[in-house]
Design a protein around this ligand. Structure first.
Ligand code: XMP
Length: 532
């Protein structure tokens, strides 16, 4: 099926992905590509509308970034956001004053005259009758002269040209960020742009998407065999369920239990895939192997590397076995790569420092000589979850917090000993159980749903306590719960004190070997979400 498409050109803003998410929420398919794609690429993509993103910082070299000429030749509506507005202005004959100083934050913007984009879209009306919008503004550089053919669409006292439009051409631009939720009518504006101004049908619907994806997988794979590394996380689970729907027993899932899973997790994954979905799952019990190699290793990076390396080894050995069993052998390796992973690896030009070596199965296809099957490549996380539910995976599993590939290996600080893993599993289970059980009266949601990620960390230090009449000298755990929208920055969650106390008391009473529970209130940055 051919969807109507929106092209988002990324000038490097941190929030470009949010533009994509808002467009998808309007049920319109979109893709994000770097701002320097070729004119031919844009023509071949054949978008019904184009959105120019903001840029990461007001730097000198940003001024060199331009939208390709094909954007203006495509004859389709264009929406410029922040830097996207500024480049629209300069490229079409207006003027921008560049400055090193940028202002971010809440602003109230006055809408001027009637434009299709803002018609009827407002948060409140002033006594003088002006429609006002509550927005998230970023400016410093600003448009100072409108390009020919443009009219003023919005303004604030410090940014007199905060929005502009050339309605004959369908060009609109705003200095503020409609993609962030702080801009209260932002989703409405983006919806208006993609559905009404660009005229896209709202044909991007997860329920329908299953059929499309199933047909595509069948066509790609034919009668060949596929293997998939199932981690029990959302992405690989949804990929497995989708591929299983498409090709049934041609799919073999390999679930590597490295002994660093949460309590009962191995069983839960097996029950769901083998028990309920009747998918072929090879359950590899590799705890001894992983824990053996981790013995005596305390450095976090060394631990991550060992876990990553062992994972690849176990997986390769299993893949080879499948081949040996009189089977034709797999030709495809399936992975749960999702759209943000694709954008991250292809789209950003910045050189980031390695804070932690993230573990994934990269590199496997070459060594195994397999073709890659990545059916979730075009989906955002929310869409993956929606798809999971539509495929019949339990909501409980689909809406689980993310869990890192190296598992509890990075939540037992320092050397990973089986005894520590077991204490941590039981303590963490209590924490999660209480988070799920405790409902916040104002929102009606559980604290599990109100936090983005929550877990327990094992500290290999002992402290003195008293239990009954006796002295104890036992280990410490720390609870960690964060709120974040992108996992790049995070705040510690303000869990109710009563909940923290209950969790602490249950852990100390029920898990022999732990006599102290702390709560981590650091934010990221400067801390990270995981402790290692
Ligand atoms: P940090 O600790 O870097 O974590 O603030 C950010 C998010 O990434 C997760 N994380 C990982 N996920 N493999 C993964 O699949 C990894 O090696 C890994 N390390 C951290 C972490 O749980 C959090 O959600």
């Amino acid at each position: 099926m051919q969807h109507d498409k929106i092209l988002i050109l990324d000038f490097g803003s941190q929030v470009t992905q949010l533009i994509g998410r808002r467009v998808r929420e309007a049920h319109v398919y979109c893709e994000i590509h770097p701002s320097d794609v070729s004119d031919d690429f844009i023509r071949d993509f054949a978008p019904r509308g184009i959105i120019l993103s903001g840029s990461h910082a007001s730097t000198y070299e940003d001024h060199q970034l331009r939208a390709p000429q094909a954007v203006w030749d495509a004859g389709v509506p264009v929406l410029g956001i922040c830097y996207g507005m500024q480049t629209m202005a300069t490229q079409l004959g207006g003027e921008v004053s560049w400055s090193d100083h940028r202002e971010f934050g809440y602003a109230e913007v006055r809408a001027h005259g009637h434009t299709r984009l803002l018609d009827g879209v407002q948060d409140f009306v002033t006594d003088e009758g002006h429609g006002m919008l509550k927005v998230w503004m970023s400016h410093g550089d600003k448009v100072t002269t409108l390009p020919p053919g443009f009219k003023l669409m919005a303004s604030t006292p410090s940014c007199p040209i905060a929005g502009m439009a050339n309605e004959d051409k369908g060009y609109y631009a705003v200095q503020f960020h409609p993609e962030v939720t702080h801009t209260q009518q932002g989703a409405a504006m983006l919806n208006r742009f993609v559905r009404e101004i660009a005229g896209c049908r709202g044909d991007w619907i997860m329920g329908d998407y299953i059929e499309e994806a199933v047909a595509r997988i069948r066509e790609q794979v034919g009668d060949e065999e596929v293997i998939l590394g199932l981690s029990g996380g959302v992405d690989s689970s949804v990929a497995a369920a989708l591929i299983h729907r498409a090709i049934g027993d041609q799919l073999t899932c390999v679930f590597v239990d490295h002994g660093l899973l949460r309590l009962n997790e191995g069983q839960m994954v097996m029950d769901m895939f083998a028990g309920r979905l009747h998918a072929k799952v090879v359950h590899v019990q590799a705890a001894e192997q992983f824990l053996g190699h981790l013995q005596g290793v305390t450095d976090p990076e060394a631990k991550r590397k060992i876990i990553g390396r062992e994972f690849v080894e176990v997986f390769q050995a299993e893949a080879a076995k499948l081949k040996g069993d009189g089977n034709k052998g797999a030709k495809w390796l399936a992975q749960g790569t999702i759209y943000p992973d694709v954008v991250e690896s292809g789209g950003t030009k910045s050189k980031k420092a390695t804070i932690k070596s993230h573990h994934n199965v990269g590199g496997l296809p070459e060594t195994l000589g397999l073709k890659l099957l990545e059916p979730l490549r075009e989906l955002f996380k929310d869409e993956v979850r929606e798809l999971g539910v539509a495929l019949g995976l339990p909501a409980d599993m689909v809406y689980r917090h993310p869990f890192p590939g190296p598992g509890l290996g990075v939540r037992v600080l320092g050397e990973v000993k089986p005894e520590y893993v077991s204490l941590l599993q039981r303590a963490d289970h209590i924490f999660i159980e209480e988070l799920r059980k405790t409902i916040d009266p104002t929102t009606g949601k559980s604290w599990y749903d109100l936090t983005s990620q929550a877990f327990t960390v094992f500290l290999p230090v002992k402290s003195v306590g008293v239990m009954g009449d006796g002295r104890t000298y036992e280990y410490v755990v720390s609870l960690r719960a964060v709120e974040t929208s992108d996992f790049m920055t995070a705040d510690s969650a303000e869990l109710p004190y009563s909940l923290l106390k209950k969790v602490s008391s249950r852990i100390i009473n029920e898990v022999r070997g732990i006599n102290r529970v702390a709560y981590d209130v650091s934010s990221k940055p400067p801390a990270t979400i995981e402790w290692e």
